[in-house]
Design a protein around this ligand. Structure first.
Ligand SMILES: [Zn+2]
Length: 132
């Protein structure tokens, strides 16, 4: 039986019926990832991982990113993580600062839906990082 769930797909820019699969399909050459759950959009072939270490192991990490958005999120983490790891701001504090500037209740990198949005967040984080 196929498990599907409605998840926002960045590739399709719409809520799509994502299909639950595992690492054997997503990363066929990574035996270590084989048992991990993923939600895949069969229309554009993009996918999202899950909070697999939690009790609800098929709970998706966020929306389904494209390759470009995934790369953009990694760029954000490269400048964001050192800020809270340095102890200058708490992680939670930093995330709420970003949310405040964005004008949203909560900020999650995994919820970024477009490259434009990622660029905006990148600039915000950069400003926070350079203001000392
Ligand atoms: Zn899609």
């Amino acid at each position: 039986m196929t498990d599907t769930r409605s998840i926002f797909c960045c590739g399709c820019q719409a809520e799509v019926p994502a299909r639950l699969t595992d690492g054997r399909e997503i990363y066929p050459h990574r035996a270590d990832l084989a048992p991990l759950p993923f939600w895949k959009c069969d229309a554009c072939k993009n996918f999202v991982g899950c909070h697999h270490k939690t009790k609800n192991r098929t709970n998706p990490l966020g929306c389904i990113p494209t390759r470009e958005i995934k790369a953009a999120r990694q760029h954000i983490h490269q400048i964001l993580d050192p800020i809270w790891k340095s102890g200058r701001y708490g992680r939670r504090e930093l995330y709420s600062m970003i949310a405040h500037v964005l004008g949203v209740a909560e900020y999650h990198t995994a919820e970024i839906r477009s490259v434009d949005e990622a660029r905006r967040v990148y600039r915000i984080v950069k400003d926070i990082g350079s203001a000392a």
